[in-house]
Design a protein. Structure first.
Length: 363
């Protein structure tokens, strides 16, 4: 395991750490540095920005509201949030469509960060608006308005869906409307505490409190050398990708979720019903309700999610039979260079990461 993790570091990740669980045994390891300037080593117990893994937590909180009878998966979002998604469109878009990205609502990123361009055609972009917004306090309603007012990317319920954080910010606003507390408080109470997680939380500061790595954003080679964004106001993606966590907490969370002890077995079955969705890299994936299946050649189906925010990448996968788990955190994001069409190209890191996943989950 350590050799496979070292290979990810040697392929170009400054610092990488992971935890693997199998048959009651736990292995954790780290390779590389948390700070390229000082050479301080990375360690497996560090806090990390979990990125879109947050979506599984948000989805679980929504399913718990369904179980309590406050909404159904086929409830229209316009019934509760007509001021955010008005008119016939709000009546057509359901909770399920938000959860599995088939709402047709566009991503708000290109408007919140104007220099980014949009996937998969990323030509002519620059990372400058990432710097400009480092300390900006966004409000969920303004980000949602950016996505709702943009040209639709599909019809409500149509497939393939298009991955969009606008969906999960709306789900956050729905949780607030249903519970009378903020979405972050609801997810903490109903999901994080229910799972017994001690080191998973929504950030309350631009700086991470506790041991953590710097987080380097390569932005497809346009940020050279990669820039550290470990200090950042995460209001730009709260219930979509805002969580802080650790690799051990993520393994605990997915083991309990996939065992049916956070949401009911029937809710879990709904979460595993997938549809084709176009991801932000332009590839078509299968996506459920906050869960994403991954097929590994040597050991078959795994469930979990990946997450990327500025400078940080995280992956958490659990084998369908529950026998093995892997969570890995890397302090470099968007390492792939782009071809002339703006499509990310394969990198040695991708190969090393695939080998680590195979070793972790397939043995």
């Amino acid at each position: 395991m350590q050799s496979a993790l070292d290979a990810v570091h040697r392929a170009g990740i400054p610092g990488v750490f992971a935890e693997v669980r199998s048959a009651g045994q736990v292995w954790s390891g780290a390779s590389g540095v948390a700070d390229v300037a000082s050479g301080h080593p990375v360690s497996a117990d560090m806090w990390h920005r979990a990125g879109s893994i947050t979506k599984t937590f948000t989805a679980a909180a929504v399913l718990l509201q369904v179980e309590q009878g406050r909404i159904s998966l086929d409830t229209s979002i316009g019934q509760f949030l007509p001021h955010l998604v008005p008119g016939e469109r709000g009546n057509k878009i359901t909770v399920r469509m938000l959860l599995n990205h088939t709402s047709g609502l566009a991503e708000y990123f290109p408007r919140a960060f104007p220099s980014l361009g949009s996937f998969p055609a990323l030509l002519g972009m620059s990372p400058e608006s990432i710097d400009d917004n480092r300390f900006r306090q966004f409000h969920a309603s303004e980000l949602i308005e950016m996505g709702v007012s943009a040209a639709p990317v599909g019809e409500p319920g149509g497939t393939p869906g298009v991955y969009s954080n606008t969906n999960y910010l709306l789900l956050g606003q729905l949780l607030q409307q249903l519970t009378g507390i903020t979405a972050e408080e609801c997810i903490t109470r109903d999901v994080i505490e229910r799972a017994g997680l001690q080191r998973t939380k929504f950030p309350d500061d631009v700086r991470i409190q506790g041991p953590h790595s710097k987080m380097y954003e390569a932005f497809f080679g346009l940020a050279e050398p990669p820039r550290d964004y470990s200090v950042y106001n995460m209001s730009w993606v709260p219930t979509g990708a805002g969580l802080l966590s650790t690799v051990d907490d993520l393994n605990v969370f997915y083991s309990k979720l996939l065992a049916g002890t956070i949401v009911s077995p029937s809710s879990l079955a709904q979460m595993k019903e997938t549809v084709p969705v176009i991801a932000q890299n332009g590839q078509t994936i299968e996506y459920g309700l906050g869960l994403h299946p991954t097929e590994l050649p040597k050991c078959g189906l795994c469930w979990g999610h990946s997450g990327t925010v500025w400078g940080a990448e995280t992956i958490s996968l659990t084998r369908a039979d529950g026998r093995r788990q892997m969570s890995i955190a890397m302090n470099l994001a968007r390492w792939n260079r782009l071809d002339s069409s703006g499509i990310p190209q394969p990198h040695a890191i991708d190969e090393a990461l695939t080998r680590f996943k195979q070793r972790s989950l397939c043995g």
